[in-house]
Each structure stands twice: as C-alpha cells, then as structure tokens.
Design a protein around this ligand. Structure first.
Ligand SMILES: Nc1ncnc2c1ncn2[C@@H]1O[C@H](COP(=O)(O)OP(=O)(O)OP(=O)(O)O)[C@@H](O)[C@H]1O
Ligand SMILES: [Zn+2]
Length: 792
C-alpha cells in the first residue's frame, strides 16, 4: 500500500485530486504541496491522507514551507463552498491567493552607530552621524523626522553646515567623544537600525559616505528586525472608563472571549453610543489570552480614524488587510497572521479567509452593510460566513450595528444570538432630532436641490461656527444626460443603464461596467450643438450649488471616485473631523462610522433615492443608510439636527426616521417579511443566467425552470407545481424573467428565484437542479446567489 493524499487545488474545480506521496516526504492534512496538474505544476493543499494502491497516480512534487492550513480553515472552505454552491477550489483560492502571489520577503538591513569615532571626520560624515542620532532618538521615533538632520539645530537641513571653528563649535569634538548635541552616539540597545538609503537622504549625502563610515568601523551594518505587524499590542495601554450601559456589555463580551466557546452576539447601540469602545474590551481579553482578533469593516479603506483609536487604546495599530496593500505588505501580513505574531487584524471581507493561528474573536462592525456581500466569483455574505468561521474556530463573533439587519435582529429576538444593547449616546450627546422638508410644498426652485429650509439651517449652523453635512448618495454630476432638442439619452453600450455625467473628469461613465466616454459637444443623434442637458443631481452638482449659495464656506466634496485614492480620502476625512471644513458634501462614504465633533446638521438631499427600488430590502436599506447618515450630527456636546428632503413625508420609512422609533419600524418590516415568506422567515436564492446571445440565455433559463418543475420530490425539498400555492415544505420557483439590468457588460441576463421555507434544503434543491439540467452551452453562464441582496 502506498500513501496517497487528496490535494485541493485553487482553481474552479470541486474535487480534490489524488497523488502518491514519495517515500520520505512528510505530509499532513493542510500541508501546501506542489503537484503536477496537466502540463504544469500547481500549489495545492492536502485535504485528506490515506493508505491506498496509488500505483497509477502521479506523485507529489514537493512540499512548500508555508505553515499548514489549519483544520478550522479547511472546514470553512468546505462549508462556504457547500453553502454558496461554489467549487471548493474557488473558495480555497480566497484562502491561499495571497500565498500564491506573494513575493519572498527581501532581507533588509540597516546601519547603527558602533560608538567608535571615525578615524577621519568630514562634514558629510558629521551630518550622517547627526542624522542617525536623530533618527534613533526615541523622541523622534514616533514620528519619523520629516525635516532631515534635525540635530543640526538652527542651521537647519537646507544650509550645508560649515566646519566648526576648532574649539568653538562643539559639534565635531562632541562627535568624536561619541556624543552629539547631548545625544549618545553609541548604539543604544534597541536603537533601531536605519536603512542606508534613508540615512543618506536624511543627511543629504551619497550612500558612499555611509559605506566609508562602515569601513571605518563607526557604523555597523545589521539585519533590520522586521517591523511587527499587528503585534506589540498592550491590553492595558489606554484604559477607557466605560459608562453604566457600556460596562455590563463589555464584561459580557470579555467573559465570552475568556470562555473560548462559540457564541454570536448582536451588539446594538445607537450611533455614538460607544460600540467600538465596548468591543475593544473583548479585544483586550483576546490579547490577554495571547490569541488573535479579527475586526471586519465594510469600508476598510476609510478607517484611518479607527486605526488611531485602536492605537490609542492598545499602543499600536492592528494589521490591515484589504486590496490596497502592496504585495510585500500582503506577504508580511499573511505571515504575521499565520504565525500568530499579528494579534489583531482589521480587514475587508476577504480577511475572513486569512490563516489565523489562534483566532479568539471576530467582530463584524456595521454588520448590516451591503458591502459585506461579495457579488462576483464566490457569492457570499461575509457577515454570515463570519458566524460560520467563528463556530468552526470555537470563538465568539460580535455583530455590531446601530441599525442591524432584520435577519440579525430576528436571530437576537429568537435567542439564537445574544443581544447587548446600548440605548443612548455616550456622555451628554443626544440623538439628532429629525424633521422633513416636503418637496411638494417647500421645495427648491427648478434646477436647484437645496430647499429654503435647508439653506436656512445650514446658514444658522455655519453662523454658530458649526459644521453641516449634505448627504446625497449619487456619485458624479448628474445621473442622466439627454438632448433637449431630440430627446436622445446617453446609454452605456455594454449595459442597460444610463451614463452618469462626471464633470470633474469631463466624462460620461457607466457605474455598472466602468465604461467611460467623453461628453460630446454635439448631440450624436441630431448633431445639435450645446443641446445636452443634465438631469438630476449628483454630489458634484450639489457642490456647484453650494459654492453659489455659500461662497465663503470652506467646502469639502467627497466621493469614492475622486482622484487621489484612499490616502487622500483618509486625510480629507481627518481634516473634516478636525473642523477644517464648514460644509462637507458626500455620498454614503461620509455617512458611516465617522466622528465629526463639530458637525451639528445633516441635510439628506434626496431621502427617496433608495425607496423607488422594488426590491424586498429597499425599505430596510434606506432606513439603515439614513439613520447612519443623520447619526453623524451632534455626536459631541452640541445638539444635532437633520433634515430629510422628500416627496413622500408620509412614507413609513421616513416616518420611522422622524419618530426615531426603530422598534416599530423593525416590527412592521418583520411582519411584512413573515407574511411574504421572505428572509429571514423564508429563504431565497437567485439564479442568474447570462450569455452574450439573448436567445441562448433565455432558452437556458427556461430549460432550468422546466427541469425544476419536472424534478421528483426528494428528501429535504419538493418543488411546488406551477400556478398552485406552495404547500408546507414546498419550494417555489419563480421566473425566468428578464433582469432589471437586462444587459450587463454585454451579457443578456435572465433571473429565476427560488423561495423556500426555512425547513427546506434549498442548497440541496439547487444542487439537484444543476445536476439534472442540461449543461450550459454557447457561452451561457449560471450564477447562483444564495440570500441575494441585489435583485438587479
Ligand atoms: N467610555 C467612553 N469614554 C470616552 N469616550 C467614549 C466612551 N464611549 C464612547 N466614547 C466616545 O464617543 C464617541 C462615539 O463612540 P463610538 O464611535 O465608539 O460609537 P459607535 O457606537 O461605534 O458609533 P457609530 O455607530 O455611529 O459608528 C467616540 O468619540 C468615542 O471616543
Ligand atoms: Zn456599462
């Protein structure tokens, strides 16, 4: 009998392939191995090991020296694949992609002073030694010196230092005594080495000067200790004194962490109640245990403020994980996570697949956020999968939100999740009072978007030296451009969607596929000049109006598509938080999570934006977004106000926001969903069939429906007959129908939906359906979306 392993390879296949293990090779489940796959080699992970007659099998080529993929993560891969109906290899890809692409860490070295004076001293050499002393001074370590060679004192860095007169200027002689400006030159134990290039830059000389000093023995080249990533965290660094609401919640979470058992907890607290402070106490307990914590955030790129708060509480920043990291950083972070060195990671949804050594806690911040849903490839909701991973790791998972998803609320109500509540804002802050502006009666003049009431409110706030936020969840200048003379509308050539004008970029852009075209001078249809007109507002247009109405206000407009990327956004948000702007105009990006202490007024320019959607979650999502947005006001001492500009002030969502009665809103929503058998009271899956050829997509979608209705009842599910009302356990199949976005990226799309009672095996049904249906041909693709968030 030979030893055989089943190896899962990170490609779009579901099965693990078997390979023979060469004698002498030590493998265990989870080992990374290189295996022949077709004509090439691939890196895969050992999924199982057994004794078998493996004579006709290919051999494992090599073992990689990566830490093995631990059992909980392997089980997680299997679980996610089963749940989402994705090939296991594709899910594995998410867990190992980083390893695959990672560049090997480059060895890094730096110089330190030896304390031995150089045999010969020159200006340049003196500058190097001075710069090094400064850079190694713990006082300046916190913030690396922006101006180089600070210790040269009054003369500054720009003026090249002239040789000191013998005896008079103490600098050189001091240097030869091993001190410079009172700073010890000798290598402090622990003084960090400085890379040669950085030192040369700081001293304003060439690397050659440094090499000379090394040869002379005054400097030594040493291996740089790798910067720790997410390590060196101190649970007692910056203790926060919690208030009477926060204390029991924090104690509860800490006790759960200490128990090392799975549990799911909804931490529901109004905006500004200190949810972050509370779950920090759970993280502190994880650190005391020497384990690891993961915090998921929906907008990871914008968490500058969070990182600073984290550092103030724990003495250092957590590791970050998101798509904006450089390759080297990814690789370093990955290793730090796998080795357990990284004690805390804050990340986007993909961080859920990191190979933690000893995960003791997962926090999903703003758990209701749609951004947790990945809509392509493996279609999954990181919030739900976080609960699964926590269970496999036997760790608690905290779902934090001021406006929890209805699913989560129901899980808390039924006791599946524990429920911790923070009913009021921290300190003396109170929730903003919310009023409506009825656009039917109190609206702005044509072509304007700010009502007189809103303008008066903003003027008053600015007059008091406070900030105002104009919230409009629409990027660009105008959502639709048309020709006044012939009525031509600009549509995306790849999608059934209007092109959005971005005046900033002087372009028309498709928000679905990214198609960009210049805004023409003539109408392409009727050749009329200057006939194009913008319909409706986006944030750019609002900024234009604000500049007109408030010419003296310091205004900041923020949108995720503005140039400068994440770092610029972070800096601008920080500046806004410091009060450097009077008026902030932005999309949902500014609505969430930020603390702007002097912000007292939020104007929601178009509260109806999300309500027009016909999807089952439209009301819930609008409620969440607007409550978050209005929740930015009045977070410090001063009272906050919010104005909702709306055409339908009587709409239940608007009413719920105004009354602040979240309980009633959730109760109504629950009721409706229960009656409709919609999640969380029933289960939904969408099947999207697409092809470049419309006929092919439609034909296949119909074939799927026919197959479903012809399927015999099986254990776990039965398909309801067409036209009839579903009985008990039956699954209803709806559609196919052309998708609301009928064409996306040149592909025609048809949707089917499966609606099932909670007790039915929805995934089992979908699997059986795909197996029984004819195989897709002619470029037809099928995407299964379990628990869809989007109905487009
Ligand atoms: N115990 C505390 N001691 C000092 N400051 C606190 C305390 N609790 C909360 N704060 C402060 O109150 C503000 C709001 O807290 P935090 O951001 O944690 O609230 P949140 O519930 O997460 O809010 P949101 O849901 O709106 O993001 C912050 O500035 C925070 O520093
Ligand atoms: Zn498009």
């Amino acid at each position: 009998m030979a030893r055989v392993v089943d190896v899962l390879v990170p490609v779009a296949v579901d099965t693990a392939y078997s390979y023979r293990v060469p004698a002498g090779l030590v493998l265990e489940p989870g080992s990374f191995v290189s295996v022949p796959l077709g004509t090439r080699h691939a890196t895969g992970v050992v999924w199982a090991e057994r004794e078998a007659g493996g004579d006709n099998l290919k051999q494992v080529a090599a073992v990689r020296d990566w830490p093995p993929l631990r059992r909980p993560l392997r089980d997680f891969v299997d679980w996610v694949a089963r749940w989402t109906l994705s090939p296991r290899g594709m899910v594995l890809r998410m867990a190992v992609r980083a390893q695959e692409t990672a560049a090997p860490p480059a060895p890094r070295s730096g110089v330190v002073a030896t304390g031995k004076p150089p045999a010969r001293m020159t200006d340049a050499r003196a500058r190097v030694l001075a710069a090094l002393a400064t850079m190694q001074d713990p006082q300046t370590l916190i913030r690396p010196p922006a101006a180089p060679a600070l210790s040269l004192g009054e003369r500054g860095a720009e003026a090249p230092p002239t040789p000191s007169p013998p005896g008079g200027g103490s600098r050189h002689s001091a240097a030869t005594e091993g001190r410079l400006d009172g700073r010890p030159l000798a290598r402090d134990e622990g003084a960090p080495p400085v890379p040669k290039s950085a030192l040369a830059e700081a001293a304003g000389c060439s690397v050659g000067v440094i090499d000379g000093l090394i040869e002379d023995g005054a400097l030594a080249l040493v291996e740089m200790p790798q910067e720790t990533i997410g390590g060196d965290l101190d649970p007692g660094f910056g203790n926060t004194v919690l208030n009477a609401d926060q204390r029991p919640a924090a104690a509860d979470l800490a006790a759960r962490v200490a128990s090392r058992a799975f549990s799911a907890i909804l931490l529901e607290g109004v905006t500004g109640s200190g949810k972050t402070e509370v779950y920090f106490e759970a993280i502190a307990e994880v650190l005391r245990q020497g384990r690891q914590a993961l915090v998921l955030m929906p907008e990871i790129a914008l968490t500058g403020e969070f990182l600073d708060r984290f550092a103030a509480r724990f003495g250092a920043r957590p590791a970050e994980w998101h798509s904006g990291l450089t390759e080297r950083r990814r690789e370093r972070t990955l290793r730090a996570v796998a080795s357990g060195e990284a004690r805390a990671v804050v990340g986007a949804r993909s961080a859920l697949f990191l190979p933690f050594a000893d995960l003791g806690l997962i926090v999903v911040d703003e758990e209701h956020e749609g951004a947790y849903k990945q809509e392509d490839g493996v279609i999954y909701n990181a919030r739900d999968m976080a609960v699964v991973r926590a269970r496999l790791e036997r760790a608690p998972v905290v779902l934090a939100s001021a406006t929890p998803a209805l699913e989560t609320r129901v899980n808390a109500e039924t006791g599946r999740y524990a429920w911790l509540k923070l009913p009021s804002r921290f300190g003396s802050a109170t929730l903003p009072d919310i009023a409506t502006v009825d656009l039917r009666r109190e609206g702005p003049p044509r072509g304007r978007w700010l009502s007189p009431k809103a303008i008066a409110g903003i003027e008053a706030a600015l007059g008091r030296g406070e900030q105002a936020l104009l919230f409009l969840n629409r990027r660009g200048y105008a959502p639709l451009t048309l020709c006044r003379s012939c009525g031509h509308r600009f549509e995306c050539p790849n999608c059934s969607a209007w092109l959005v004008e971005h005046r900033f970029r002087a372009a028309l852009v498709c928000h679905h596929c990214g198609h960009v075209e210049p805004r023409p001078k003539l109408c392409p249809e009727c050749r009329e000049a200057d006939s194009l007109t913008a319909c409706g507002p986006g944030v750019e247009r609002l900024a234009e109006e604000a500049a007109l109405v408030f010419p003296d206000a310091r205004t900041l407009t923020l949108s995720s598509d503005f140039p400068g990327g994440v770092e610029t956004l972070r800096r601008q948000l920080e500046a806004a938080a410091r009060g450097e702007f009077d008026l902030v105009i932005g999309t949902q990006l500014v609505a969430k999570g930020h603390n702007f202490p002097s912000l007292t007024l939020v104007v929601v320019v178009d509260a109806d934006v999300g309500l027009a959607n016909a999807d089952p979650r439209a009301a819930e999502r609008t409620f969440q977004l607007l409550r978050q947005a209005t929740g930015r006001a009045g977070r410090a001492e001063r009272e906050g106000h919010a104005l909702l500009q709306t055409w339908q002030p009587e709409h239940p969502v608007i009413q719920a926001l105004v009354s602040g009665d979240a309980e009633r809103f959730y109760a109504q929503e629950s009721d409706q969903r229960r009656r409709g058998g919609l999640p969380p009271f029933g289960r939904l899956a969408a099947i999207v069939v697409s092809a470049e050829d419309k006929g092919a997509a439609e034909a296949h979608a119909r074939a799927l429906a026919r197959t479903a209705h012809a399927m015999p009842a099986a254990r776990g599910f039965r398909v309801a007959p067409l036209g009839g009302l579903p009985q008990g356990e039956e699954i209803t199949l709806l559609g196919p129908a052309e998708a609301p976005i009928a064409v996306l990226r040149k592909r025609h799309r048809f949707r089917l939906a499966a609606k099932a009672p909670r007790s039915a095996d929805l995934q089992g049904f979908l699997r059986a359906l795909l197996a029984a249906a004819p195989p897709p041909r002619g470029g037809v693709k099928i995407a299964i979306d379990v628990d869809p968030q989007s109905f487009l």
